[in-house]
Design a protein around this ligand. Structure first.
Ligand code: ARG
Length: 472
């Protein structure tokens, strides 16, 4: 392409592509339509410029191109950066993709010297490095946004470390927990999500530049120099793998999908909690919308949309996995299809993370309603059984049975366990004393769960303190 580029009529408007040296006819319109990627890969412009600069500087320092040519190229790239940053860069479909759009513009600005930039380089390693840089940034952004979300959760968890709420299993009232404890469960999940992005980053941080088309380069290039100057830990070790692999994107999309799955669970809980039947939390007007027909409505649309975005994000992982499946080595044009799903997934994830952090900061719990619900549904039945084990030395299975009878008696009477009289308890198990009432309140139930990681407010506060230190 280097040679053709300088002679090519592409720049004079005849529409022949940069690779057109051996072609005598223009591509069919449909060929161009299916081939062109500038519409979406223009998003890689900053990465493409970074890669080109690193490559040009290395070519100069290795004596592959003359310094004067190299300086001209770098000055031209600076002008192009200006155009791109200010939105005046002329993107043109006939130059197919971001790589050739920038190179064509460089030739318009500095003439045939532009053609020397592509020495010892191919679009195959060029796009591989551009895309890796983009995904690396996206992974870094996601990890940082997850930390912001964790901080929003921590702030609420601290305020409501001992606010009682029902803990659920099967979405049935199970045992009292605290709102702080519940929010901290998500701090743990999002902490693992952030660490998955960091792990993916560490594995992807090798530089494919210099693999050229597939086999490496006969020029005395220094791949360690370009790798270091682009912030990579080292160059990739196999040129075929360098231009063929997109597992770095698959891994980032996997991390994104798991994160989106976690977000959808929290979003679903927000939807449940804001419905008047629960009434556990309120969102302000900032994170709700109205209905065009029902004036009373306040809908948690942001939560619903976050709940839905996992479809798009997991869909992107599926798309790229199927694109990569069965591809022979080395580069195939199939891989051009890696960008749209990846961009789409990270756009959706970024919006979801920001909106979720906003909603968490925005919400106010109705602590009275939550506390009342925490005591409903015989939620302290396990505490009664534990009391029988502790105080009467009953085997847990027998205690479970006795407690079941007490629940049945309360249910028949239409009251809570703590409303049964001592006589009614003793009719079930004569050794029960009035000491039992102390364990039947939701507050006592929660406070008693002092095991490491348990819901006792003291334990919740300890976990909050640990996370605050970790995130500081
Ligand atoms: N636009 C292409 C892509 O995204 C760049 C690489 C093209 N390489 C090639 N040999 N045609 O994959």
């Amino acid at each position: 392409m280097t040679d053709n580029a300088s002679k090519s009529p592409a720049a004079n408007g005849q529409g022949q592509a940069m690779w057109g040296g051996r072609f005598s006819a223009k591509p069919a319109e449909l060929m161009q339509a299916i081939n062109v990627s500038i519409g979406f890969d223009k998003r890689l412009w900053a990465q493409d410029l970074a890669g080109s600069r690193a490559h040009a500087r290395m070519l100069i320092s290795q004596g592959v191109i003359a310094s004067s040519d190299g300086e001209e190229i770098l000055e031209g790239l600076a002008k192009i950066e200006d155009e791109l940053a200010t939105g005046t860069f002329p993107f043109r479909d006939e130059y197919e993709d971001i790589h050739m759009n920038i190179e064509a513009r460089l030739r318009e600005l500095i003439g045939p010297t532009a053609g020397r930039l592509h020495t010892a380089r191919s679009r195959n390693d060029q796009v591989a490095v551009d895309f890796r840089l983009w995904v690396r940034d996206a992974a870094d952004r996601s990890a940082a946004q997850l930390v912001e979300l964790q901080k929003a959760l921590l702030a609420q968890a601290e305020t409501y470390a001992d606010a009682l709420m029902p803990g659920f299993t099967h979405l049935q009232p199970a045992q009292p927990v605290t709102f702080g404890h519940h929010l901290m469960a998500y701090v743990e999940m999002f902490g693992r999500d952030a660490s998955r992005f960091r792990d993916a980053r560490a594995r992807m941080n090798e530089c494919p530049l210099g693999a050229a088309a597939l086999a490496g380069s006969p020029f005395p290039i220094d791949r360690h120099q370009t790798a270091a100057s682009l912030g990579f830990d080292r160059p990739t070790a196999n040129s075929l793998d360098s231009v063929s692999s997109r597992d770095f994107a698959l891994e980032a999309l996997s991390a994104a999908s798991i994160t989106a799955t976690h977000l959808s669970r929290l979003a679903e809980e927000i939807v449940l909690w804001t419905t008047p039947m629960f009434g556990f939390i309120k969102l302000t007007d900032a994170f709700t919308t109205g209905s065009s027909i029902m004036p009373q409505k306040k809908n948690p649309d942001a939560a619903e949309l976050i709940r839905a975005k996992v479809g798009r994000i997991l869909g992107s992982l599926t798309t790229l996995t199927v694109v990569m499946k069965g591809l022979p080595l080395a580069y195939s044009k199939d891989m051009q299809e890696d960008k749209v799903p990846t961009f789409e997934a990270f756009d959706a994830l970024e919006l979801s993370l920001l909106a979720m952090a906003g909603m968490i900061a925005d919400l106010t719990p109705n602590t009275e309603k939550m506390a009342a619900a925490a005591g409903a549904g015989f939620s302290t039945a396990t505490d009664l059984a534990d009391w029988l084990v502790r105080e009467l030395n009953m085997p847990f299975r027998d205690a479970h049975h006795v407690t079941g009878s007490a629940v049945k008696a309360a249910e028949t009477k239409g009251v809570d366990l703590s409303d049964l009289s001592l006589g009614e308890f003793q009719a079930i198990e004569p050794r029960i004393t009035d000491g039992v009432y102390a364990v039947l309140t939701p507050a006592a139930s929660a406070a008693s769960r002092m095991s490491y990681g348990g819901t006792a407010p003291a334990q919740v506060r300890a976990q909050i303190a640990r996370w605050k230190e970790t995130l500081a």
